[in-house]
Design a protein around this ligand. Structure first.
Ligand SMILES: Nc1nc2c(ncn2[C@@H]2O[C@H](COP(=O)(O)OP(=O)(O)OP(=O)(O)O)[C@@H](O)[C@H]2O)c(=O)[nH]1
Length: 347
């Protein structure tokens, strides 16, 4: 079966999840940090106030850049690096009366939400290693932490990282499984069971969304509709099963006679349609004529003899997503003209 370009709702939902996580986490963290920063100006803790206020502004600046560029991967990575730097500087300085360590615990969870299980674990473990060094060599820091406090802190940090990793790993795994399941079900819903081609539901439901989302991948797009001539006679003379065999053989001819980027569908009983992206009307007419000839020359095995079968073709070109329906109607009208003109021709 040809590869179906499907609208990817799961990827869109995941993108939104990351964007909302990034924005809410950044706004909430920036607001809390900013308020504490202002408070410490009044406490005369200038260095702490500068660390807090500049971190809050850096978080917000990253969000502004994200709004302007829409690049979620880069924004999450920058936010994680900013968070890590903030944590390191805060632990180095000690925070208010050396309480900095209490503020570190939420950050591993944030890193997992922003970066995912693998990259989040890497960043969190590196950060914990640096923090452990700071705590092991107190002469490196301004802060003064009690020895029993530092050992408990590293153990509880590792516990938080472990729990955060487990939760993010299984969330991502179930998300991937559900995405695969959704794709399988979509593929099944949009596949014609007799021929394995795309079906009418795909043309009516998913294709319009595809065209709207990625117009540059399609337009101008030529639509060809074809209908097997006198197909009723095939059924009447050779039986319904033989008719099904002809429909499968015609599908195979269409598959091999079209390009990989063309979308080929069974539109109704013995009616097929295909869409040729980036194709003007003249080229579309030539390709339809070539297919008509291939089909007319093909010998179908029916009963004990080989028989020739022909089809009539209608062609029209679509220039924008809003024209899809009227273009299909135009191709259908031209197909009717081809039938009226005596069949086995392209109009
Ligand atoms: N075997 C088989 N036949 C089908 C299927 N779907 C529709 N048909 C048959 O296709 C035939 C279509 O007949 P008509 O609409 O009269 O068209 P035609 O005989 O091809 O004549 P023209 O289109 O005017 O050339 C009918 O006999 C339907 O039963 C199918 O899935 N399998």
């Amino acid at each position: 079966m040809s590869k179906i370009p499907l609208s990817n709702d799961a990827a869109e939902i995941d993108h939104l999840r990351r964007a909302y996580t990034l924005m809410f986490v950044s706004y909430i963290a920036a607001a809390i940090i900013f308020v504490y920063g202002i408070r410490h100006i009044y406490d005369q803790q200038t260095l702490l106030a500068v660390i807090l206020i500049s971190s809050a502004l850096a978080f917000l600046l990253n969000i502004v850049v994200f709004h302007l560029t829409g690049r979620i991967d880069r924004a999450c990575l920058v936010q994680s690096v900013l968070v890590s730097m903030f944590v390191l500087v805060l632990v180095y300085q000690g925070g208010y009366h050396n309480t900095a360590l209490y503020w570190v615990y939420p950050f591993p969870i944030i890193q997992f939400a922003l970066l995912g299980a693998r990259r989040g674990a890497l960043l969190n473990l590196s950060l914990t290693l640096l923090l452990a060094l700071f705590l092991k060599f107190p002469e490196w820091t301004i802060a003064k932490y009690r020895p029993e406090e530092t050992s408990r802190f590293i153990s509880s940090m590792l516990t938080v990282i472990c729990v955060g990793w487990i939760s993010e790993y299984f969330r991502a795994r179930s998300h991937h499984k559900m995405t695969a399941l959704q794709r399988d079900q979509q593929t099944l819903a949009y596949t014609d069971s007799l021929t394995g081609l795309l079906n009418r539901r795909y043309i009516d439901v998913d294709l319009p969304a595809q065209l709207l989302d990625n117009p540059d991948d399609y337009f101008p797009m030529t639509v060809v509709m074809l209908d097997i001539d006198h197909f009723k006679e095939v059924n009447d003379s050779f039986g319904h099963d033989a008719g099904d065999g002809v429909l499968r053989a015609v599908s195979q001819l269409l598959r091999t006679g079209t390009r990989a980027e063309d979308l080929v569908a069974r539109y109704g009983g013995e009616e097929f349609i295909f869409f040729m992206p980036h194709t003007q009307l003249n080229d579309g007419l030539k390709r339809a004529e070539s297919l008509r000839q291939q089909l007319a020359q093909h010998a179908f095995a029916l009963g004990s003899v080989a028989r020739h079968i022909t089809a009539s073709f209608g062609v029209a070109t679509c220039h924008s997503p809003s024209n899809l329906k009227s273009t299909i109607q135009m191709a259908d009208k031209n197909l009717y003209e081809a039938k009226r003109a005596g069949r086995n021709c392209v109009r």
